[in-house]
Design a protein around this ligand. Structure first.
Ligand code: ACO
Length: 432
């Protein structure tokens, strides 16, 4: 961050404030309003923080107009094509791509933290069998702070790193076990001979009595899905993690808060919502009626998997996801998938429809990810869980960056109060 040399002046009657304008490496300049209240007595109003930079960050850059997504400067398409998820995780956490030695050490360290404390097995039994796996994930990740208390001294760099490694390593185990618990299946332990994505597939689908065979196309697709969801700048769940972390809360509690924020259908729940939407449309013939409902604001129906708070042109992840979708379906020999056909038809109609074009609504990453996951045998209820597994690397990297920021302060937004002015208390007997 540097002073741009420019100043923004705000005048309010007699008072005025000359506010510094700051420049980052990429993206628009920002007006530093920190001295605005002291100089003029007013705050800024930005519900949803859509126009406010809440922090400085070196991790991810997005240009929504141009459809650009960079992690530590590297374009997402290059990372998805050439890197493994573990390389991306290392990059997000440490700022640079690892050399071979650093990579091997990182992967080995992660593998050595994938097991859960045996008592966590008992913890699972406390959940109802029909619990949503996101509820299990959220609760169990929060509970990790009670099992790994030695790693939660957030003022100590080694302790912060240990927590980061632990959470990245353990989240796939918790996620897969959440799924197996709801099915009544035996928990499958992690295998150190497998990659991160392969191990996740094995913990999801292996049975204890048989050797599990990894399908390399599916493992690569899973790795790519993890890369595409690894981080996305200051979105709702990441901002939640940062806000929780700004109070000094332990990292496991912060990640649990992020998981809770991700659960909503406007955020991580979208790919689950896409499949439900496709199922409810049922047939191509019903698309026009459905689109009419979407355009009718009073219906409250949205085209799930379309639109993005930041991307107003196209979502660069959606293109890669679409290609991966075709690879997976072809590997699995799924030629005529009715849901995929329906999705393609819906996309065709929507991208040429004036309603969507005018509002810059394009398919987002979740439009295709649900179809891929379904084809791979991942149940719908696990879609958001898988997103959380991937995003944990981004969350913990952002959490670490925030804690390590000099002068880091507790997050505390202001408000525009529109409630009653001050009034006197009336005893209950006198209230009408
Ligand atoms: N279907 C129909 N209309 C939409 C959609 C949609 N999916 N998304 C936005 N609009 C319309 C709004 O009604 C509004 O219309 P108006 O100008 O006539 O009032 C206009 O487009 C702008 O919408 P906003 O809600 O202001 O857009 P915002 O940027 O706040 O919302 C969001 C972004 C929440 C993602 C929204 O597009 C949406 O609900 N999409 C569907 C859910 C989804 O796919 N979420 C996944 C996001 S990606 C992720 O989290 C990984």
């Amino acid at each position: 961050m540097s002073e741009s040399g420019k100043t923004a002046t705000i005048s309010l009657g007699e008072k005025s404030a000359a506010l510094p304008v700051l420049s980052g490496t990429l993206g628009p300049d920002v007006v530093d309003i920190r001295k605005l209240p002291a100089q003029t007595g007013v705050f800024t109003f930005d519900p949803g923080y859509g126009e406010t930079a809440s922090c400085t960050s070196k991790i991810t850059f997005i240009d929504g107009e141009k459809g650009i997504l960079l992690h530590r400067g590297y374009p997402i398409a290059q990372l998805a094509e050439k890197a493994t998820f573990m390389e991306v995780a290392y990059l997000l956490l440490n700022g640079e791509l690892p050399d071979q030695k650093a990579y091997d050490t990182f992967v080995t360290d992660i593998k050595h933290h994938t097991l859960l404390h045996e008592q966590i097995r008992n913890f699972f039994n406390g959940f109802r069998r029909d619990a949503h796996p996101m509820a299990i994930l959220c609760g169990t990740v929060g509970a990790l702070s009670s099992f790994y208390h030695d790693g939660i001294d957030i003022s100590n760099a080694a302790s912060r790193n240990l927590s980061a490694m632990r959470i990245i390593a353990k989240i796939p185990t918790i996620a897969a076990w959440a799924y197996r618990y709801t099915r009544g299946d035996a928990f499958i332990y992690p295998r150190n001979d497998l990659s991160y994505a392969e191990n996740f597939l094995s913990m999801m689908f292996a049975v204890p009595s048989e050797q599990y065979k990894i399908n390399p196309v599916l493992a690569r697709a899973m790795d790519r899905i993890l890369i595409l969801h690894a981080d996305h700048e200051q979105n709702a769940s990441t901002s939640t993690v940062r806000l929780a972390g700004s109070t000094g809360a332990n990292p496991f509690a912060c990640i649990s808060a992020g998981i809770a924020a991700l659960w909503g259908p406007a955020h991580g729940g979208a790919n689950e919502a896409v499949l439900k939407m496709l199922a409810s449309i049922g047939h191509k013939d019903n698309i026009p009626d459905f689109i009419a409902k979407v355009k009718d604001k009073s219906s409250g129906v949205r085209l799930m998997g379309f639109g993005h708070r930041v991307y107003k042109n196209f979502d660069p992840r959606a293109k890669i996801m679409q290609a991966t979708c075709h690879e997976v379906l072809s590997e699995l020999g799924i030629k005529d998938d009715p849901l995929l056909d329906l999705a393609i038809e819906l996309e065709k109609i929507a991208i040429s429809d004036e309603y969507f074009v005018k509002r810059s609504l394009y398919p987002n990453v979740d439009f295709y990810s649900g179809i891929i996951l379904k084809a791979m045998g991942i149940p719908t209820s696990m879609f958001t869980v898988l997103f959380a597994v991937a995003r944990t690397t981004g969350w913990i990297s952002q959490w670490k960056e925030m804690i390590e920021e000099p002068g880091q302060r507790i997050g505390r937004p202001r408000q525009l109060y529109v409630g009653s002015p001050e009034r006197d208390f009336t005893p209950i007997s006198e209230r009408s």
